[in-house]
Ligand binder design. Structure first.
Ligand code: NAI
Ligand code: SOE
Length: 390
């Protein structure tokens, strides 16, 4: 088993999740495809970097991410910074011949995403964009049922991602509300997870017809310290402008003829991480809700009429990734497990010299769908989604 040295850039929420995954992946998936070595972590200041190294188990730290790029011992660059840094870091990492895992959204715009894809597309590098929710075992099970034809030809996809952490107008101006850093609001931050699900489970999106709105146009500025996600802390004081969307809803058409809808907001009181889909096919239906992520609801048209209805399948050893997780169903899959599975698939691809999905091509295609949604909301019309050139 090879050791692969990781340089992780960004020691916030995702820095924690990825560090956990690197430590835990070989505990679950054994023999592991490779042993991730937590070599160097980069943070915004030397103090933050030193603290992150001690907390997340890295051998060394730096306040200049280019140190990681320039280090010939680093095999993997992990980008877990706010969105505005993704492109510059990823392109530098690709030029230095590093494998790359980059948090979602791939970048702020389609144009930036294209530059990232161009940097990796004619190389042997493994590149991945971290849409981890598709690695929830119940979602992978939905994909298996669909691929096996269990619900027939898909006719309808209804996806939502609803949260409430920013519903309070006195919650702070996180970088997630600033276009120059985030690119877009609910669309790029959480709508992209639903778009990834839609592409994974149904197929390519061909056209969109969207509305977008911003209801809370200013929020209190944060000073110093870590970025705070809304409800975690309410602050008084000077305010800054929110220049991204609070709400996005879009109708979608798929290449294969299916239709559907996608909506996202971070202002839905009572919804915490309500990432859901309901898929109808000619032979059945599938329903998933991340807040009950051990469960998949299925209904088959072939069920006898007097017992037809949704049944609940609890994921466990019989299901995707299940043999490596916990020994009986419904013990509880968490957010951490989705990142551990993601790390397993990423390191497997490196060890086997294969590509992995979702990769930068997928991240770029999602960004083109985002751009089309913004264009549609502004022009009040259906907009066709361009397809990336391979
Ligand atoms: P965060 O704000 O918690 O952490 C970002 C960290 O990057 C901060 O600690 C900040 O100090 C650091 N940073 C900023 N500039 C830096 C620089 N020049 N060099 C090194 N470090 C620097 O943000 P969070 O939530 O971890 O988000 C990071 C990325 O992960 C974003 O792209 C976000 O969209 C994505 N994300 C993905 C999730 C998923 O479920 N896949 C969940 C949460 C975030
Ligand atoms: C905030 O909306 C956030 O942290 C997103 O950035 C993540 O992508 C999502 O998985 C959880 O919520």
């Amino acid at each position: 088993m090879r050791n692969l040295n990781v340089g992780l850039i960004g020691g916030g929420f995702m820095g924690k999740a990825h560090s956990l995954a690197y430590a835990a992946m070989p505990m679950f998936f054994w023999p592991a495809p490779a042993q991730p070595v937590r070599k160097t972590i980069a943070e915004a200041t030397p103090e933050l970097a030193d603290e992150a190294a001690r907390r997340f188990g890295f051998e060394q730290s730096t306040s200049d991410w280019r140190t990681i790029i320039d280090d010939p011992e680093i095999d993997v660059v992990d980008i877990a910074t706010p969105n505005h840094l993704h492109a510059e870091i990823a392109i530098a990492a690709a030029q230095a011949g590093k494998h790359i895992i980059c948090e979602k959204p791939l970048a702020r715009t389609g144009e930036e995403s294209k530059a990232m894809y161009d940097a990796v597309k004619n190389t042997d590098l493994v590149h991945m964009v971290a849409f981890n929710y598709r690695r929830t075992p119940a979602v992978a099970l939905a994909k298996k049922y669909i691929d096996e034809g269990a619900i027939g030809r898909i006719t309808n996809f209804r996806g939502t991602y609803l949260q409430d952490w920013s519903a309070d107008p006195s919650s702070p101006l996180s970088w997630r509300f600033q276009k120059s850093i985030a690119g877009s609001g609910a669309l790029g931050d959480i709508g992209t997870h639903v778009i990834d699900m839609a592409r994974y489970l149904v197929g390519e999106v061909s056209a969109v017809n969207a509305v977008m709105s911003t209801f809370i146009t200013e929020r209190p500025l944060q000073s110093g310290g870590a970025d705070s996600l809304g409800a975690a802390r309410e602050i008084e004081g000077p305010k800054g402008t929110v220049d991204v969307d609070d709400e996005v809803m879009t109708l979608v058409r798929f290449d294969n003829g299916a239709v559907g809808s996608i909506e996202a907001t971070r202002n839905a009181h009572g919804r915490n991480n309500f990432l859901t889909f309901e898929i109808h096919g000619t032979e059945g239906s599938i329903v998933f809700n991340y807040e009950r992520r051990d469960e998949l609801q299925v209904c088959f048209a072939s069920d006898l009429a007097d017992r037809k209805g949704f049944r609940t399948v609890y994921t466990g050893p019989a299901h995707p990734y299940g043999e490596s997780l916990w020994p009986i169903p419904a013990l509880g899959i968490g957010y951490g497990e989705t990142k551990i599975i993601e790390a397993f698939d990423f390191f497997s691809a490196i060890a086997n010299g294969e590509s992995v999905s979702p990769n930068f091509a997928d991240g770029y295609q999602v960004a083109l769908i985002d751009d089309a949604i913004i264009d549609s909301a502004q022009s009040d019309t259906w907009v066709k989604v361009p397809r990336i050139e391979n």
